[in-house]
Design a protein around this ligand. Structure first.
Ligand code: PLP
Length: 638
């Protein structure tokens, strides 16, 4: 009997490791959510969420947003800065901004702005469309609006419109010529801009985004350019407009040392500019605060070796130390953490719609008169398996017979049916080898692949390209776990494949008990009982970067708020419908209405010609239209 337990489930799936305090495996084997860490009495069972989604008639896959998690993260970051600032007796304040590019969904930005109000938490924009959004959304005059990215004349004017409306819009100069443009437009409109300069840092963040830093970085001014910029502003009588020093050395900084180095370098630049007479008010340390996607709390690419509080403390103390040494005032601190604010709040829930078992089909392999000796040989190997002494040799022989048989088939030496028998026997032998080697300490290299080649693939009703773009694009690890049944031992090792017809549409990298593996232990599927899995930490970037590969559109969304007085501790506040087939066709320039009438005309013609009964014709016409209006993903059969 197995000694499976909830603790074992925790060890395998690491839910508490990557869950950031929000997700745990409950005693009943379901994933539980505690969206407000200070109030652990609010505890939501994921199974109740699934039941409510079904009751609402919302089709899977679904994006579930926990608004309380978003609020908790905003409060958490601000409180962390307040704590370190108080402890360090730091003289400046924290004035963070949320970079909307990480998740621009209106409901997300609204919630962040609302939760950030007590802290004067602001917004950051990196493009014209984002600036237009941020100008409308960030109505708090005390908070900052930071503008990064490349800018044209219109962007400069929009920023100055913000100034006119009493907003604290900071234009961060990414490239020297932008400064000239900004000064020109500001003089023309006679509006004082608030100017920031982005420094090209010599420190490089380690990890996937390391090219955001260093001398070849795409953005930022060199030290020489920063000094020239300051002098130019002085000449133009605008030195008082230069208020902020910005740097951003990359996203998902895996090693805290990069943060420390960047803060030291940035603080030095700030201090010397101050001593040169340019008294900046703010230092903006950019983004980069990482998320522990694989739960290893290490410098793995999908992890980080520090906590939010450690990151914050290093920024505050690092800045204080340098400023005190240099005898300059402590600047206000700005950070642009996006990933850390949004990653936890949303996940994708989908059901497994089938199992693809490699090489599981079998057939009668009994001997027949006149069969080829390859088949005889491999059958004999299978029959004498238990008497064999050298299992590695068994593997080699079986593999050789199979390869030779395939060649023989192509050369018309053996017929299709014999080849099928050879394959069946081959996979039977591999299955037995897998069991045999399971208890061995040493497994030859070519046999280590056996687990993977014999593993199942669970077919998930979703598209990697729409919902987990980074797992495909940059091998980002995202936690995937079953949402229920974790009190049962997961006995099926499988990888996950999506429903696109792209062979890249798969997830085959997981962290299991701290090791990276290519298969995920899951539970056997039961007839008539849906099996749901959750893809977690999709709130940053994944939510908004997906594409419509194969015309799979945006997902249905369910917005969840916790509510202590509710028996289930939550309610669904809003359901946002995902794309219909019609929606995605419109994006691709089709006219679904016209398509429907074309198909109707064809059907009518068949009715006229007597090939279809009129009632049948109407049914097919209605069916085609219903599918056009429907969801792009697979519908569960009832
Ligand atoms: C992308 C970006 C951010 C957000 O970074 P995270 O690592 O998600 O916090 C912040 N600032 C700038 C300039 C960026 O380009």
């Amino acid at each position: 009997m197995s000694n499976w337990s909830i603790e074992e489930a925790e060890r395998v799936y690491g839910v508490s490791q990557w869950g950031g305090g929000y997700f745990q495996v409950g005693e009943n084997g379901n994933v539980h959510i505690t969206p407000v860490p200070e109030n652990p009495s609010i505890r939501i069972d994921f199974n109740s969420v699934i039941e409510d989604i079904r009751k609402e008639g919302v089709q899977f896959p679904v994006v579930v947003r926990f608004h309380d998690i978003l609020r908790s993260q905003v409060a958490g970051l601000n409180k962390a800065f307040r704590k370190s600032i108080a402890e360090a007796e730091y003289k400046g304040e924290y004035q963070g901004v949320y970079p909307v590019k990480v998740n621009q969904m209106r409901e997300v930005v609204e919630e962040i702005v609302d939760a950030g109000k007590p802290y004067n938490y602001g917004l950051e924009a990196g493009s014209k469309a984002e600036l237009l959004t941020v100008l409308a959304m960030n109505t708090n005059e005390e908070s900052l609006t930071i503008l990064n990215g490349y800018k044209d004349d219109e962007v400069m004017r929009l920023a100055l419109l913000g100034r006119k409306l009493g907003r604290r819009v900071v234009v961060v100069v990414e490239k020297y010529t932008e400064l000239l443009l900004l000064v020109k437009v500001a003089k023309e409109l006679d509006i004082d801009p608030i100017i920031g300069v982005r420094s090209k840092m010599t420190v490089k963040g380690r990890g996937k985004w390391e090219s955001s830093g260093g001398e070849r970085a795409k953005f930022g001014l060199t030290i020489t350019e920063i000094i020239n910029a300051a002098r130019y502003l002085e000449e133009q009588g605008m030195a008082h407009c230069l208020k902020l020093l910005h740097f951003h050395i990359g996203s998902q900084l895996t090693d805290i040392r990069a943060v420390k180095e960047a803060v030291t370098e940035g603080a030095r630049i700030y201090a010397d500019l101050h001593k040169m007479g340019f008294e900046l008010d703010y230092v903006d340390v950019g983004g980069g605060l990482g998320i522990d996607y694989d739960g290893s709390n290490s410098t793995n690419e999908s992890s980080r070796n520090y906590s939010m509080q450690e990151y914050v403390a290093d920024v505050v103390y690092g800045m204080k130390e340098m400023c005190d040494l240099e005898g300059v005032p402590h600047p206000h601190l700005v950070s642009e953490s996006g990933r850390a604010i949004t990653a936890h709040h949303s996940c994708v829930i989908t059901e497994i719609v089938g199992e693809i078992k490699s090489n599981a089909a079998t057939m009668d392999t009994s001997a027949k008169e006149g069969e080829h000796f390859f088949l005889k040989n491999i059958r004999e190997l299978a029959d004498t398996f238990d008497e064999q002494e050298n299992m590695h040799e068994v593997y080699n022989d079986a593999s050789q017979y199979k390869e030779q048989a395939l060649d023989a088939f192509k050369l018309r030496v053996i017929p299709l049916e014999e080849l099928a028998k050879i394959e069946t026997l081959y996979w039977q032998i591999m299955g037995r080898l897998q069991t045999w080697y399971r208890n061995e300490e040493y497994v030859p290299e070519e046999l280590q692949e056996l687990d993977y080649s014999l593993s199942s693939q669970y077919l998930c009703n979703f598209s990697v390209f729409q919902s987990a773009a980074d797992t495909w694009a940059i091998d980002q690890l995202l936690p995937v776990v079953p949402l229920t049944r974790m009190n049962e031992e997961p006995t099926v090792n499988c990888s996950l494949v999506d429903i696109t017809c792209d062979s890249d549409g798969k997830i085959d990298q997981f962290t299991i008990g701290r090791e990276i593996t290519d298969v995920l232990p899951m539970h056997p599927l039961k007839q008539g009982e849906p099996y749901y899995v959750g893809l977690f930490l999709t709130g940053a970037y994944q939510d908004v970067m997906g594409d419509m590969h194969n015309l799979f559109g945006r997902l249905n969304e369910v917005h969840i708020y916790s509510y202590d007085d509710d028996p289930e501790d939550f309610y669904i506040e809003e359901v946002v419908k995902g794309s219909s087939v019609e929606d995605v066709l419109n994006v691709m320039q089709y006219n679904p209405r016209a398509m429907a009438s074309d198909v109707k005309r064809l059907i009518d013609k068949h009715v006229w010609d007597g090939k279809l009964k009129p009632r049948e014709g109407v049914r097919w016409t209605d069916f085609y239209e219903k599918c056009l209006n429907g969801y792009t993903y697979l519908k569960q059969s009832k």
